[in-house]
Ligand binder design. Structure first.
Ligand code: GRF
Length: 243
């Protein structure tokens, strides 16, 4: 996956564009992304944010990427893109709460409008989630409320599903249980195994997640009383039917 190089001649200057945004009197909305591994969803959000010039189009930028695994490939992607890359090894903390306390402190440094979980493989406690509720998004590789938890692709195949997919949702203390923002649907083929199905779904995750993040940043989707509230046009744009 290629990240556009905006340092090249003729490309828009993000610095100039950002200052234009600030001259308009608005504050930049920070996005903080949490990962644990390869970071392909983070990379898709980064690429889209640059192609669509989010800094000027909606006053938002990816401010930091934080990983609980120091060797996560996604951290290298962040470094090469000039984004703060923070490694916080959860194994270095005596308890889950101690790790989360440090994580919350690190996140707060960026005063984020949105916190994006993109393949972040740590369950977050109720205490942590409550501090940022309504601001945390996650992508889950299943059509929730079907198949919360792990091994979603194999479970969809075993259940004989004809469709499978991915869901972006607000994070609540209930695992994979928050209000649904958007979904991408793909067919389950007779020849599929868990890997081929996961790969088909991932292609559409990379379309879905950037659209959902932008819609939340722009205030077109809000968490209200356990629902993701949006208008019909937004809902259509956050529903993807893959092949
Ligand atoms: C994706 O399949 C996503 O649905 C799940 O974890 C995976 C993350 O992949 N939550 P990547 O690190 O974004 O490539």
């Amino acid at each position: 996956m290629r990240i556009p190089d905006y340092t090249k001649k003729g490309a828009p200057s993000s610095v100039g564009r950002a200052s234009l945004w600030f001259r308009m009197g608005a504050t930049m909305q920070n996005i903080v992304i949490l990962i644990s591994g390869r970071g392909s969803n983070f990379e898709a959000i980064l690429r889209t944010s640059r192609e669509e010039h989010w800094e000027t189009a909606c006053g938002a930028r990816i401010a930091a990427v934080i990983s609980n695994r120091p060797l996560a490939a996604g951290l290298d992607i962040a470094r090469s893109a000039g984004i703060d890359a923070v490694a916080m090894d959860h194994k270095a903390y005596p308890t889950r709460e101690a790790f989360e306390a440090q994580l919350a402190e690190e996140i707060r440094r960026y005063d984020p409008a949105v916190i994006v979980l993109a393949g972040f493989m740590r369950v977050l406690t109720e205490g942590f989630v409550k501090q940022f509720e309504g601001k945390i998004l996650n992508i889950h590789p299943a059509l929730l409320p079907l198949f919360p938890g792990l091994d979603t692709h194999q479970r969809a195949i075993d259940a004989g599903c004809r469709v499978h997919g991915s869901t972006v949702h607000f994070v609540t203390p209930v695992l994979d249980g928050g209000a649904i923002i958007g979904q991408a649907v793909v067919p389950v083929l007779p020849s599929d195994d868990a890997d081929t199905l996961a790969h088909r779904g991932l292609v559409y995750e990379h379309q879905l997640y950037p659209k959902c993040v932008r819609a939340v940043v722009e205030g077109r989707v809000k968490a209200e009383d356990g629902r993701a509230v949006m208008d019909d046009e937004t809902a259509r744009s956050l529903t993807i039917f893959g092949a």
